[in-house]
Design a protein around this ligand. Sequence first.
Ligand code: ZN
Ligand code: ZN
Length: 937
Amino acid sequence: MENLCIPFRHCYSSLFLHQSQQKHLSNCSSACFSLDIKHASFETTPISVSLEPSSSSWDLLSHGCDNLVSVKATHARMIRLFDRFDLEFIAKCLISRYLEFGEVGYASVVFFLGFPRNQVSWRDFLEEIENFGAEKYRVLEEFVQLQNNGVNFDEVVLAMVLRICTVLMNRFLGFTIHGGLIKRGLGDLDTRLVSALMGFYGRCASSDIANKIFDEMPERDDLAWNEITMVNLRSGRWEMAVKLFREMQFSGAKAYDGTIVKLLQVCSNEGGLAEGRQIHGYVLRLGFESNVSMCNSLIVMYSRNGKLESSRKVFDSMKDRNLSSWNSIVSSYTAFGYVDDAMGLLEEMERCGPKPDIVTWNSLLSGHASKGGLSGDAIAIVKRMQIAGLKPNTSSISSLLQAIAEPGLLKLGKVIHGYVIRNQLWYDVYVETTLIDMYVKTGCLPYAQMVFDKMDEKNIVAWNSLVSGLSYAGLLKDAEALMSRMEKEGIKPDDVTWNSLVFGYATLGKTEKALTVIGKMKKNGVAPTVVSWTAILSGCTKNGNFRNALKVFIKMQEEGVCPNSATISSLLSVLGCLSLLYSGKEVHSFCLKNNLIRDAYVATALVDMYTKSGDLRSASEVFWGIENKPLASWNCMIMGYAMFGQGEEGIAVFNRMLEAGMESDAITFTSVLSVCKNSGLVREGWKYFDLMRSHYGVIPTLEHCSCMVDMLGRSGYLDEAWDFIQTMPLKPDATIWGAFLSSCKIHRDLELAEVAWKRLQVLEPHNSANYMTMINLYSNLNRWEDVDHIRGSMRNHRVRIQNLWSRIQIDQTVHIFYAEGKAHPDEGEIYFELYKLVSEMKKSGYVPDTSCIHLNVSESEKEKLLMGHTEKLAITYGLIKKKGLAPIRVFKNTSICSDCHTVAKYISVLRNREIFLHEGSRVHHFRDGKCSCNDSW
Ligand SMILES: [Zn+2]
Ligand SMILES: [Zn+2]
């Protein structure tokens, strides 16, 4: 039967061939003709030929035949008349009729051979086959059978078949066709065929082969250029595609709309602004600017590359805009957080543009969501959208819910939850998960649990939301219980689940526990990621366990996990707090090598590390190199200048920040007021304190007030400081009174000091620093009885004196000098050098300031005690160990005394060294016998 069938189909179709095609089939058609007749009742029942088709056959074709035989009969009847009719219409009808009866074979024959080429597109044909429930690959089978039976297809059909092979990923047939072509000789092939071949290789094999075929083409037309560009775009070789696009222009070929749109899309995703601009130039040169879809792609390309203004220019230049143009520009604005401008566009759209659709409204909503706090505006948008007749869908609701991220908004979150229930939007897993997430973020865990329990299908995201909610709330036992329940229900915890637990323990400062979780992860076949390690590292940092943080970082490297920008930022903050400048520099070069420096937050962490480590020059170099400086980096840099007492520079940076259009926050003003405080800029301090509320809308906190008290007091305006405390809007706390007490000590105002001291005894009875200040003050006034009284009070309150130390880093080792306890192994050598120095200094006029010793002992004893101050030992050790002119950096855990300050000035001249002496949040920079603080501290 098979043998009979194949020629039958073949011959039958030959009746319907266009004259040019009949030649190919002449050999086999006659042999099989009789079979065909039987089925088609063609010659046995001759039909009268008229110039018009009979109404019946016409109707049959267009409205359906009741059986296959009559379709064939009609088909045969049409053949005689084919020249006179709309062949495309006939072909389409015949294909549909045959497919109705499940005859993919006949339909394919009509498609391949039955009419002049290009009448029915192959895409339409494939779609039609699918619509009738047949398999598309059958088309290729029919083609192969026709070829096996000796049909010689021309290049147009072959090109079409290659396109089908490409879509259906039929590699074998594609290769066979190519093989056949090679045998024939590729020399003068139709470019449609060659293009189809490139398309086939690009999709089904390798774009290298496609590029090779293109290179070997003797002549290339528009189609070939566009094809090869698209092949490279599809395979992700966008640089090659852009190169081809340029060459295409030189060759004079024209790019198709589709190619340009696709190129622009790629430029939006790959950060190809320069290339995108070139394409824009091309669009303008060729007068494509009226092409709406191209302009829409340009809008998206510019905004994704951070050039919102250019997006707007393209949009404004468009004569015709469709809904997609408006949506593109609106979403560009919202992506940048310019929700107000986006709202302006919405008004314009409602006035003169197309009606905003759900996409427009949702992008406005997501703009609000990404801005962080949810304002009434987002709710207003939802209301307006409802008035416009559009119902918020799941995506609108999710945007709204994402914006609810603080406990104060819980009520609103519940209202939205109500809307979800009323409108039955809870079927959407995404909405359910964002609901859980919302309740977790607003701290309403029971509700999160409730939504979770009601979920029909709990996906891993939902489990993870709840586990992380419990972990972040510190309910780690509950989190672990939930994880075991998760496993019982057949869902394997993934790295996100485990990492929440790691984060939970790390944040509580339970480093060991967090490391145990890492071990469990490994046992469960989940590899700890950089996120896991960074969580522990930042947990240690937050809890001040800097040494542990360093250990964790080393362990992470031993495990072969590569740090990311978050790890590096955490690490830098550790190094800054430990003032490990050399390690910090190593991390800086790591950032340069790994291109992390372009991350503004890493760069800010570097600025912070350098200022804390006393290298202001490197800090400012990194700072000015940051392209889009975030607020944190400005704050950091201003604080750096504050530490070094460089008031003018600090205020200059603040002004530059305002010029750059940045909005200042509370931290900015802490930095600015610290600048004024440390540089004695009293008038500026008052100015900024007054402006911060009235002009910048930042409400003063206790920290700001304490800066003011400190600034006024240190500068000698004790009465003003007192008045400030009496009139300040907040209740003065220990930091305020502590700052005031230190000022009283500096200016030896016992009366006011005793007032402050009384308050501090209530507010902070265990802070040894306050007791020490009083002891210093009394001893300077030779009131030894009072000194004894304070010491007695310390004993009664069991206040322990803080151990004083200074440290210095020599190469990779940190040397710590304690005031009490173990002596440094090189102590002998250090004292020898120090005595030598002091005798040289005395020759230059140095007189030891024995008032710095608050013990009732002889002057010579006081001088000896002064020699033992840890910062002097550390500086001297630096002189011995650090060769050449390398600056000496010493860190002291408390404030330095005026004698050490004087000694450091002398050493900077006698040994020609720069000395950086850190005390708390201040740095004294000694050079040529002067200190950067101008002796006011
Ligand atoms: Zn000292
Ligand atoms: Zn100083």
